[in-house]
Write a protein that binds this ligand. Structure first.
Ligand code: HEC
Ligand code: HEC
Ligand code: HEC
Ligand code: HEC
Ligand code: HEC
Length: 198
């Protein structure tokens, strides 16, 4: 029906089309994968670090490890040197006197000067502007946005971080602010688009 050369072109075009469709679908699935975006997301971490033990039982203050939350946009996850303030001394062992596996991994990273690649739990879209320090200065607690982290062996995402979640709180009356609210505001926090999209 068609010339050999033309048939070959159709064949290549079809292969390219199928290939790009497959690529598009997998890329879409990757970025939209509900687990990565939604409530309750709880990634497996390279080292099992328990907030229940450290922030619950031992009552280490959140800001000891996440000092960025009061001073800047990012709360930050601590470097290993923060862990070593205690773990240079405290190195829990199992019944047979061997250093427990999680601790052994931590020490291995420390000795090799190799940072731990913690998986992100909360991850806002890049086009959204968010700042921790403003929220802490306004009197909010970590738990209002992250839930009872001090009871969690693995941190999970407590809020979907959709626009409605942010706006739901910002839209509340100014009288709901713990600290004195700006009397010129009609809502607890600004809701104009440029607050979060700049
Ligand atoms: C001893 C240090 C330490 C203390 C104390 C601590 N954290 Fe963490 N936190 C970490 C480390 C390490 C990670 C990264 C590993 C993980 O997600 O479990 C983390 C992760 C988190 C995350 C998830 C980060 C992300 O990727 O979205 C949140 C939220 C968090 N911590 C909140 C808190 C709160 C709230 C407190 C106090 C109740 C607290 N942390 C106390 C060390 C600490
Ligand atoms: C108003 C809600 C809110 C409050 C209050 C809040 N956080 Fe967050 N936190 C977020 C959001 C949203 C993200 C995701 C930010 C991103 O992906 O850019 C986040 C991310 C984090 C992370 C991951 C690292 C980072 O900075 O992105 C840690 C750790 C964390 N928060 C700890 C804390 C601690 C500790 C407190 C209390 C001192 C706190 N947060 C208070 C909403 C909040
Ligand atoms: C304020 C002191 C302190 C800090 C800071 C601290 N830890 Fe710990 N950690 C402890 C204590 C105490 C234990 C429990 C020891 C025991 O069970 O005998 C512990 C236990 C552990 C264990 C072993 C859990 C098990 O039973 O196998 C791991 C892993 C661990 N910590 C990781 C970390 C990491 C990672 C950091 C830094 C992000 C960190 N710790 C920071 C005090 C601390
Ligand atoms: C639980 C309530 C609450 C939630 C949830 C919340 N905010 Fe806020 N936000 C506040 C309060 C209170 C202020 C402080 C207003 C002030 O300083 O007067 C604030 C302030 C801000 C500011 C600074 C506003 C300015 O004047 O420049 C930004 C930006 C912001 N929030 C972004 C976000 C984003 C993005 C989210 C969702 C990911 C979010 N907030 C979720 C309560 C909240
Ligand atoms: C308090 C913070 C905040 C304010 C104010 C805000 N947004 Fe958003 N917006 C967000 C967050 C967070 C997301 C990310 C949602 C996601 O990842 O699904 C978002 C996402 C979006 C998107 C992407 C589509 C979607 O729904 O996911 C659009 C478009 C958008 N916003 C428009 C606006 C417009 C227009 C305004 C003003 C009327 C506005 N936003 C005000 C926080 C805010």
């Amino acid at each position: 029906m068609f010339s050999k050369k033309f048939e070959r072109r159709i064949y290549i075009a079809v292969v390219v089309l199928i290939f790009s469709a497959a690529l598009g679908v997998s890329f879409g699935a990757f970025i939209l994968w509900p687990e990565r975006r939604e409530l309750g997301y709880e990634p497996v971490q390279p080292i099992q670090f328990s907030h229940k033990l450290h922030a619950g039982t031992l009552q280490v203050n959140c800001l000891y490890c996440h000092s960025g939350a009061v001073s800047g946009a990012h709360a930050l996850v601590p470097p290993i040197s923060t862990c070593m303030n205690c773990h240079a001394e405290v190195q829990p062992k199992d019944n047979e006197g061997r250093i427990r596996p999680g601790m052994a991994k931590l020490l291995e990273h420390w000795n090799n000067a190799e940072p731990i690649r913690w998986n992100k739990v909360n991850d806002l879209a890049d086009f959204v502007y968010f700042e921790h320090s403003r929220h802490i200065a306004a009197g909010l607690t970590c738990q209002q946005c992250h839930g009872p982290v001090e009871t969690m062996d693995h941190v999970r995402r407590e809020h979907g971080q959709k626009m409605n979640w942010c706006l739901g709180c910002h839209k509340q009356p100014p009288t709901n602010n713990l600290k004195t609210a700006d009397p010129t505001l009609t809502t607890r926090a600004p809701i104009n688009c440029s607050t979060c999209h700049r």
